[in-house]
Design a protein around this ligand. Structure first.
Ligand code: AHR
Length: 507
């Protein structure tokens, strides 16, 4: 929670002993889709002539080396829109006999050279848990249950044995399963009406929980504050019927997925846009509360939270998915990504999981070429959040002047103020307090009265010459600069157009 008051004199007061919600590490999860260069040449690149970059399995060593220190908890796969025509059985067994198929989502040929077993191997190497999204387009329930059996089956059954025959004796124990992706979208193969989706999702959820009660199912919501969200949450946030199942009441769905992409060519619109998604999280949480109360869920049952399983800065005009969705991110976009992550941290009571879309090459902070990797501007706030912003959210009060210009979406200021600064603060298990402060202002540094910091503070600052500067073509214009600040000075100057992390050990 950040409280806010208008003031011509910027001031931030942090309350290190005022611990609020725990932050679920899963908000730093990732996403890999069979889209453009995300899988092929992004993480799996066996034909790269630069042999030192590739391991014996064809995985990019440099990509794994960059991602591992982020300690990414969960990785979503294989899409995205790609799911809607993906038949997982095409991607197992000897590569030579895997069929190539048309991918209707992105207009590519899918070779199926990378499939379930390769993903499990890669994700295990990364140290993350898998999250598989089901085909609600051309797939059926039988096929989906076979995938569950292939991944998690322990009995002497056909698909569990097929996994064993393919060299994987132990089950993968995939816990997270998505009940379709953006099923509401007109671009979707087999787009559905909300009524039809809700009926189908319940039946699939029931069957999944019968086959494996340990799975957690993610309902396909929309953007959080729409009629689709209202309907599917009301119909599907239900206890599993006890009748005939001989089990305790279970939630049929464990999380509700929503998606959000923000972008604008105008800096203030661009950098503040994620604040609209903060409102969407609040509204969606209200819908879940309502369903929970109305649908007879037990008070001691775990209340489903939000799985924000696609979020990022993305302009379709700049980087169409049909052309591979490769964005070149600016400093302004780095401020937007920091704002996105401030939102997810501030909303940690309501968000259980969130996946940056995507983890490599496609609308990603990390790009590959045949020779190596580039960390885009947006990498740096993302890395520092993953490293430092953990433990609990703590209370902060911000006082600042307010940005009064246009916003995107236009309605943001109908529901909240848009200060020139944005902040969240966390207290980790080692007693380290970290605060992330974004200064959106393009002309003014913010000389800020800072109360609540202790001793010598480590400073990590991300800024650049101007807000359009990028890191592509091998130039690292935007990096993290480290310094120290003596908090007894009481005033900290946040550079114009910057993201700053302040970190200190609390007594
Ligand atoms: O992340 C790129 C695409 O954006 C995903 O495939 C889809 O779910 C969303 O529209």
């Amino acid at each position: 929670m950040t409280t806010f008051s208008r003031s011509p004199t910027p001031a931030i007061t942090v309350f290190p002993t005022h611990k609020l919600s725990p932050i679920n590490r899963k908000i730093y999860s990732g996403f890999l889709e069979h889209l453009g260069r995300c899988i092929y040449t992004g993480i799996y690149d066996p034909t790269n002539p630069n042999k030192s970059l590739i391991d014996e399995r064809g995985f990019r060593r440099d990509v794994l080396a960059a991602l591992k220190p982020l300690d990414i908890p969960v990785m979503r796969y294989p899409g995205g829109n790609f799911c809607a025509t993906y038949h997982w059985k095409d991607g197992i067994g000897p590569r030579a006999s895997r069929p190539a198929r048309c991918d209707l989502a992105w207009g590519n040929v899918e070779t199926n050279h990378f499939g379930t077993d390769e993903f499990m191997e890669w994700v295990t190497e990364l140290g993350a848990e898998p999250f598989l999204c089901l085909n609600f387009g051309t797939g059926d329930l039988d096929e989906a249950l076979h995938w569950l059996e292939y991944c998690n089956g322990t009995e002497d059954t056909y698909w569990a044995n097929q996994r064993r025959r393919n060299g994987h004796p132990e089950p993968y124990n995939v816990k997270y399963w998505g009940l379709g992706n953006e099923v509401w979208g007109p671009w979707q193969i087999n787009q559905m009406k909300k009524e039809d989706y809700a009926e189908r999702a319940i039946q699939w959820a029931k069957a999944f929980k019968l086959q494996d009660p340990n799975v957690e199912l993610i309902l396909c919501g929309k953007e959080g504050a729409t009629g689709w969200d209202l309907h599917v949450i009301k119909e599907c946030v239900l206890p599993q019927a006890k009748d005939g199942l001989g089990q305790e009441a279970l939630n049929l769905v464990d999380m509700v997925s929503i998606h959000g992409y923000t972008a604008s060519e105008e800096h203030y619109e661009n950098a503040t846009a994620p604040l609209g998604n903060e409102r969407a999280i609040e509204v969606c949480t209200g819908l879940i509360d309502l369903a929970f109360a109305e649908n007879g869920l037990l008070v001691d049952q775990k209340k489903p939270k939000i799985c924000f399983d696609e979020w990022n800065v993305w302009s379709w005009e700049r980087a169409p998915g049909s052309k591979g969705g490769e964005e070149t991110y600016t400093l302004s976009d780095a401020l937007a990504v920091a704002t996105w992550l401030n939102v997810l941290v501030r909303q940690s009571a309501n968000v259980e999981m969130a996946c940056i879309a995507q983890s490599v090459n496609v609308i990603s902070p990390l790009m590959t070429s045949v020779d190596g990797i580039t960390r885009q501007t947006t990498w740096w706030p993302y890395e520092l959040f993953c490293r430092f912003m953990r433990g609990h959210l703590v209370a902060v009060n911000l006082a600042s002047e307010v940005y009064e210009g246009p916003t995107k979406p236009a309605w943001i200021r109908a529901v909240r103020e848009t200060p020139f600064m944005d902040v969240s603060a966390t207290l980790d298990e080692d007693g380290c307090l970290t605060m992330c402060v974004v200064n959106y202002h393009l002309e003014e540094e913010m000389e800020t009265i800072l109360t609540g910091a202790q001793g010598i503070v480590s400073v990590y600052s991300i800024t650049g010459e101007h807000h359009r500067v990028t890191n592509m073509e091998g130039k690292q214009e935007v990096e993290v600069k480290e310094a120290e600040w003596d908090s007894s000075k009481g005033v900290f100057v946040f550079p114009k157009c910057s993201v700053t992390f302040l970190r200190w050990k609390t007594a």
